[in-house]
Write a protein that binds this ligand. Structure first.
Ligand code: GLU
Length: 477
């Protein structure tokens, strides 16, 4: 049973999904899940100059990848559509007309040049630029004359006197002087709606109960509150999330690393880790454990718990979380996400069961999916080679004894499994009298060719008896 909570994520398709916007989408999704509500995806594609035709699909793909799937959205999902603003022009027009007929909006014939001049004059007087209401009292004769001169009107909202209160779940009560707004445009002269108007009409008609979005929209909110009132719509609750900033407090930009979700995906981050990190940022999810499942994130999430100060995005912390998620994931699941990174190893006839074992063996040695590649050659019969450090280690005095002993022990066993590794170690110690590094360094060198990487007890069972004996024999030479 849905209890009526309806939220929306409303991206403008101008490029790849920004990591900060992904956080906004996540907060909406978590809120919907927490309250058994509906999460709507709306595409705000009215700013034609900034549109990128490929961006909508790219954003949807990234949202799906993150697990931020929507209940209603532009591909025919849901009964409150269309969910693309470009397909709702008629709806905006009807509500704009209604407002105009009520006297709440008026046609404005000012040209861009005149508006620029107005702006300069106000600035010169030390005042905030705003529309001063030139066309507010036009008679129909004046309007006709301007129309006849070829001017195309926009529609402006007649801002009432007084002050507007915005109650925000995160920021508390904020009071805005209406004077400072000026009568703002709600329908442009080319027939497209302005953002504030389209957002209000859509949020109201789509039954949105909680508007959760970035703090950069807080200054728009009093305008929207006035529009809700003028149009006779019920006000939703508002929650404006503090923006993400770079670790030094500056705007999050490419200078600090990737800013798009796609870039993190391509660098080998797991969607679970990205979402987990975004949920931790700013404290929306209170409480101890840092590695969280969806269930944990939903349980801990609350809008009230979100800090008012900007949240610093730390790519190092994200790496740490990615590593944590990789450690706890099953090889099968890692393979699902790692495929694009394993192209070179996923040939026709690759034994995926074997690959899963490899992933289980190396998952604790990598921070990203992209790093897995580095360790796969260890497990390939034809990809193996000794690096310089491994060669040096194999020339040490005791190396020969250790390698020989392991070869004999393994030769006498039916198979090598993770379970009989302890047995192997005990036998090795007994035969050689060696222990610790003296014993294991040469074995690691001989079997993996490198001194960093997966642990021996994980490597041996994946290599299997035959390859182990071959490598040890090769080392003895
Ligand atoms: N299209 C707006 C943006 O991407 C959304 C604003 C809103 O959520 O109201 O910033």
């Amino acid at each position: 049973m849905k209890n009526g909570v309806r939220v929306r994520f409303a991206p403008s398709p101008t490029g790849f999904l920004h990591i900060g916007n992904a956080r906004i989408a996540l907060c909406n999704k978590l809120f919907a899940l927490k309250h058994d509500g509906v999460y709507v995806l709306r595409i705000e594609d009215t700013d034609v100059a900034r549109l990128d035709p490929a961006a909508e699909e790219a954003i949807r793909e990234d949202l799906r990848w993150l697990g931020l799937t929507w209940d209603e959205g532009p591909a025919g999902e849901g009964a409150h559509g269309p969910y693309r603003q470009s397909e709702r022009t008629k709806i905006y027009y009807e509500h704009a007309e209604r407002l105009k007929e009520q006297g709440g909006a008026y046609l404005c014939y000012c040209t861009p040049e005149e508006l620029a001049q107005m702006r300069e004059q106000l600035l010169a007087r030390g005042q905030t630029p705003r529309y001063v209401g030139t066309c507010r009292g036009l008679s129909s004769a004046q309007a006709q004359e301007l129309e006849a001169s070829g001017r195309k009107p926009s529609l402006r909202f007649a801002v009432p006197e007084g002050a507007t209160v915005v109650r925000d779940i995160i920021h508390g009560k904020k009071v805005f002087e209406n004077k400072s707004m000026g009568d703002f445009v709600i329908m442009r002269s080319d027939g497209r709606p302005a953002y504030n108007f389209a957002a209000v009409v859509d949020d109201a008609l789509m039954g949105i109960t909680h508007v959760i979005r970035g703090e950069d929209h807080l200054p728009n909110t009093p305008r929207q509150v006035l529009l809700y009132e003028a149009l006779g719509f019920t006000l939703p609750d508002f929650a404006h999330l503090p923006l993400l900033v770079a670790p030094d407090g500056e705007r999050l930009s490419k200078r600090y690393g990737a800013v798009s979700v796609r870039a993190y995906r391509e660098e080998g981050f797991l969607p679970q880790a990205v979402v987990n990190y975004l949920a931790l940022l700013g404290g929306g999810t209170a409480g101890g454990e840092e590695i969280m499942s969806w269930e944990g994130m939903v349980r801990r999430f609350s809008l009230e718990g979100i800090a008012r100060s900007p949240a610093a995005f730390d790519p190092g912390k994200l790496r740490w979380l990615n590593r944590g998620h990789l450690h706890t994931m099953r090889g099968e699941d890692i393979l699902f996400y790692a495929r694009p990174f394993l192209a070179g190893f996923l040939r026709e006839g690759t034994d995926e069961g074997w690959l899963v074992k490899v992933l289980n063996a190396v998952k604790e040695n990598v921070e990203t999916l992209a790093e897995i590649n580095r360790y796969i050659p260890i497990f390939l019969p034809d990809g193996f080679s000794l690096d310089a450090e491994a060669r040096t280690i194999l020339t040490a005095d005791d190396a020969l004894a250790a390698v020989k002993a392991l070869k004999e022990i393994v030769a006498g066993m039916a198979e090598v499994t993770e379970d009989n590794f302890t047995e192997i170690v005990a036998a090795l110690k007994k035969h050689t009298g060696l222990k610790g590094k003296q014993l294991f360094a040469p074995l690691r060198a001989a079997l993996t060719g490198t001194m960093t990487g997966p642990e021996l007890h994980k490597v041996l069972p994946v290599l299997g008896k035959q390859i182990i004996i071959e490598r040890l024999a090769q080392a003895l030479k």
